[in-house]
Write a protein that binds this ligand. Structure first.
Ligand SMILES: Nc1ncnc2c1ncn2[C@@H]1O[C@H](COP(=O)(O)OP(=O)(O)OP(=O)(O)O)[C@@H](O)[C@H]1O
Ligand SMILES: [Mg+2]
Length: 452
């Protein structure tokens, strides 16, 4: 787990998210606290529960973005769940537990990938030997192997030196274009994956086993593949074989329990303030179902039980209509840290357009450069775009920084369309250009509702 200090975490977040300093500080502290907790004596450690956070703020101000970036920073398993999805038709209470299962599955994949990476060298060595066996079968050991039609071996019993020569040729890539016969495993059908993750687990049905039994045994069939491809297939196979899955699972469960983070988006949509009587019951029902998971309980998964006591929950919501105090009291108590995010105005928009590593302007500049077109934005133009964004947000609906996306798309539409056919490959976007694009629309409120 990463041991970044709170200041370092904030600094990393600053590379992508403008402002929202309080929110960044809170998530940084929460993250650091888990690291601290792990260094506390075992007895007390069990008593320290995570301080879950609610991020409160209007739409498009960076709530999800902060959580997303946080996930990439730490190497903790992290998933984002829309709380509102549990209110959908067909929802059954136990489905909320699926978020813990998903988190574990993710954790397993992370660790498995890491382990497979660490056995690459060994797997490659084994795979190489396997290829050599196929290219140069030893007559005694492998009577049923096909004759060595590809290699002209002069001595009747291939000696160790021939094998080593061949190995060198293999490494130098001289055999790359040869073909070998290989048992290629059948790809498991993707459909099966969909089934097995969609709630079949609770029913104790393993579709893969059922379907697997229906299919012919003995793995795949022999196929002619190029040596390079064969090597890759065998390395993958070996890497999978070398990884001790039991250990991976044990570690993944430990990691999920100790450093997992669940981002519960749209939590305000499960408060019961708005609407009539019907949906309210189900929303409060969802809160009740969430409660044990947030408070700490044990969720059964096909890999074994997972305790949720120390999973960190970061909830987020606009809370326009409802307030955090509309959540059921038990749930409020589990989210002691509340952070309000600021709504964004012109000054922030200027910075969001230009400063982040993935800033929108940089993205468009890079896209157009692939066509040989160089666009540049002068300062006045950027100011104007930010200004228009603020105005449109004020006049129509405030969608925060998302407004910049719609504005930029409209602003650059002609250029994006014409780029391949343009003669003039250098374009400077100035205030006049921006004004020209937005003047009419901005003044017509109805029009801006549709276009911007
Ligand atoms: N403070 C910010 N700095 C940089 N970019 C931002 C900021 N706020 C929002 N953005 C941009 O706006 C987009 C939408 O932001 P985000 O998804 O975080 O909204 P949100 O706060 O989660 O809103 P919602 O309540 O609708 O889920 C992001 O993809 C990001 O590019
Ligand atoms: Mg969001």
């Amino acid at each position: 787990m990463s041991d970044l200090t709170p200041a370092e975490i904030v600094k990393e977040l600053d590379k992508y998210i403008i402002g929202q300093d309080k929110a960044k500080r809170s998530v940084a502290i929460a993250l650091r606290n888990r690291w601290r907790r792990r260094n506390v004596d075992a007895e007390l450690r069990e008593e320290i529960s995570p301080k879950n956070i609610i991020l409160i703020g209007p739409t498009g101000v960076g709530k999800t973005e902060i959580a997303r970036r946080l996930a990439r920073l730490t190497d903790s398993p992290f998933i984002k769940v829309e709380a509102s999805k549990f209110t959908e038709v067909g929802y059954v209470g136990r489905d909320v537990e699926s978020m813990v299962r998903d988190l574990l599955a993710l954790s397993i994949n992370m660790i498995k990938a890491r382990e497979q990476e660490s056995v690459q060298a060994k797997a490659r060595a084994i795979a190489e030997d396997h290829i050599l066996d196929i290219l140069l079968p030893e007559p005694k050991d492998r009577p049923d192997m096909g004759a060595d039609e590809f290699i002209d071996v002069s001595s009747p019993s291939p000696s160790a030196t021939t094998r080593e020569k061949l190995r060198n040729m293999l490494r130098e890539g001289k055999l790359d274009n040869r073909y070998v016969d290989l048992d290629v495993p059948e790809k498991s059908m993707p459909m099966v994956e969909i089934f097995s993750s969609a709630g079949m687990e609770e029913m104790g049905i393993n579709f893969k086993d059922i379907l697997g039994n229906m299919m012919p045994k003995g793995g795949g069939k022999k196929r002619k593949v190029k040596v390079t491809e064969a090597l890759e297939i065998l390395v993958q196979e070996e890497a999978q074989r070398l990884v001790d899955m039991d250990r991976v699972i044990t570690e993944a469960i430990e990691k999920t329990e100790q450093s997992g983070i669940i981002f519960l988006d749209e939590i305000d949509k499960i408060t019961g303030k708005e609407g009539g009587s019907g949906p309210d019951i189900s929303r409060e029902g969802v809160q009740r179902d969430l409660l044990p998971i947030v408070e700490g309980s044990t969720v059964t998964t096909k890999y074994g039980p997972v305790k949720t006591d120390h999973i960190l929950f970061i909830a987020s919501g606009a809370f326009h209509v409802s307030k955090p105090s509309d959540l059921i009291p038990e749930l409020q108590g589990r989210f002691p840290i509340r952070v309000a995010l600021n709504s964004l105005g012109k000054d922030e928009f200027v910075r969001i357009l230009t400063e982040p590593r993935n800033a929108l302007l940089l993205q468009y500049i890079a896209l157009l450069r692939t066509e040989g077109v160089n666009v540049a934005f002068d300062d006045a133009a950027i100011e104007t775009i930010a200004q228009v964004a603020e105005e449109v947000n004020n006049h129509t609906e405030n969608i925060g920084a998302r407004r910049l996306h719609t504005l930029m798309e409209h602003l650059l539409e002609d250029i994006l369309f014409d780029a391949p056919d343009r003669n003039d490959k250098n374009i400077i976007i100035d205030r006049a250009y921006v004004d020209g694009k937005f003047r009419d629309i901005k003044e017509d409120e109805d029009l801006s509702r549709y276009i911007l």
